[in-house]
Design a protein around this ligand. Sequence first.
Ligand code: NAG
Length: 240
Amino acid sequence: DDKENAMLNNGIKFLDIPYVAHTLEVTDGEEELIINCDEVDCTTFVEYALAMALSPTEDGQVAEGDFADKLQMIRYRDGKISGYPSRLHYIADWVNNGVRNGFLEDVSASYSPYTQKVSLSYMSSHPELYKQLSNSPQNVAKMKEIESSLSGQEFHYIPKDQLPFNGLPWIKNGDIIAITTNTPGLDVTHMGIAFYVDGKLSLLHASSKEKKVVVSKVALGQMLLSNDNWTGIRVLRMKK
Ligand code: NAG
């Protein structure tokens, strides 16, 4: 049924698209919905593939207006744009929004017994790394509020030593993979789309190292073991 796997098929359309960071940081003034499918980072890549997959198609084509509406619902808290802090910067927030609004299913919550506590402070404690925080104490204060409202929540994940290279029966092609981190104050540092290649669970993702969208050459389980900052994965599934 992979022919009907919209998430995977849409993700594959992005192969070789260049990795570019900070593509949503282009406006100087008000926060607005940016659509740039020609330059993606790990998050925007997944957001565009998901927005396409959620949009109705006619003769295989997605209408621009539908796509923009879905993207806004994915990227902004309850689909409302009201300043920089209304963007879902942390995956904990992003997943809650998707589940609350009925277009995401937290698969790891149903299948993995391992849990972790959200503890967020990264953005408010590194405002210099974010253009819209470095010049706005109001935005930093708002982000601090968001961080404390999410902190303490528990989420289910698969620790990396529990993820076989050939995947798990309940992780399917097209599932969204969010890689959890031990970086203080952050929940997730990378994301992509699950793709079984020759029986190996691989990651279709916008790679900052390879500077474009690729399918990992090694298994996702192997990628995780090679990175000391990566602790495991959350698995989310599109719900249409
Ligand atoms: C995320 C950023 C977010 C940005 C998104 C898309 C964090 C915690 N989140 O990684 O601000 O909107 O990428 O570029 O840095």
